[in-house]
Write a protein that binds this ligand. Structure first.
Ligand SMILES: [Zn+2]
Length: 260
């Protein structure tokens, strides 16, 4: 079975369901944490190819699972018709912000930009959570905006980097097109915790590894699974392109990480 296809994603979700996991949106989870038990937050960062997120959204809907989709403001992600349909399927929508790099580190401009985009996304959904889009090549860290300003003043209850207790919440991300790619990630790191989890043996490479861990109850929970729907394609040509592009990106990222 090829990894990072819609079929594999569906199998992952079915396995979670069969093993009695409950899906919560980011907003729901942030409001009730900390808790114990088999809870999963299906978080999606829609970086590119917005149309592919509609595919994962439909699969989740068919299985009765609610997920959270974070959209960027750029046209590759911000597709109003797709956003509307995903809302109609019952999923949560949030803003995948990158105002600091768009405004080249000017915090005053960036917060105005943030306000404007948040209002834009609230046309579609009552946005209560946001997540940062990490731009590996950018010298600006999007989270630095919150050194000066407070997103809670804008009715935001959760920015997963700051508001999730990772000592009680396991975190998986498909960054790098693998589930242990945080080693080569520039920005998508939960500092300290991933190394700790690795020492405890909670490290998975392929989606089948994750599925196997769910079946044998070796996957820590509650957990957040962050995935990028643009990577999950079934057709062979776009699938191969994702594979090749990601392999090159991983090499470049490794060089950036080493330099830092
Ligand atoms: Zn992103």
């Amino acid at each position: 079975m090829r990894d990072f296809t819609l079929e594999t994603y569906k199998l992952l979700l079915e396995t979670l369901k069969q093993n009695d996991y409950t899906a919560m949106t980011m907003q729901e989870y942030a409001a009730v944490q900390p808790l114990t038990g088999k809870v999963v937050v299906l978080r999606h960062d829609v970086d590119l190819h917005a149309e592919r997120s509609l595919q994962t959204a439909k699969i989740e809907y068919e299985l009765g699972l609610k997920a959270t989709y974070y959209f960027r403001i750029v046209p590759q992600s911000n597709q109003p018709e797709i956003i509307k349909q995903i809302v109609q399927l019952g999923h949560e929508i949030g803003y995948h912000y990158e105002d600091m790099s768009i405004c080249k580190g000017d915090t005053e401009k960036a917060i105005k930009h943030f306000e404007k985009q948040l209002a834009y996304f609230r046309q579609f959904y009552d946005v209560k959570t946001i997540s940062m889009h990490g731009v590996p090549a950018s010298k600006y860290d999007g989270k630095d905006l919150w050194k000066t300003y407070d997103y809670k003043k804008y009715g935001i209850i959760c920015e997963p980097y700051f508001d999730i207790d990772y000592s009680k919440t396991f975190y998986l991300t498909d960054t790098g097109r693998r589930w242990d790619g945080w080693k080569v990630s520039v920005r998508d790191k939960i500092l300290g915790f991933q190394d700790q989890w690795q020492q405890q043996g909670f490290v998975y490479h392929s989606t089948l590894d994750v599925i196997e861990a769910i079946k044998t109850d070796r996957l820590p929970h509650p957990l957040i699974i962050t995935s990028h729907p643009q990577r999950w394609v079934s057709d062979f040509l776009p699938w191969t392109k994702e594979l090749i592009v990601q392999n090159i990106k991983n090499i470049v990222k490794r060089i950036i990480v080493r330099k830092k």
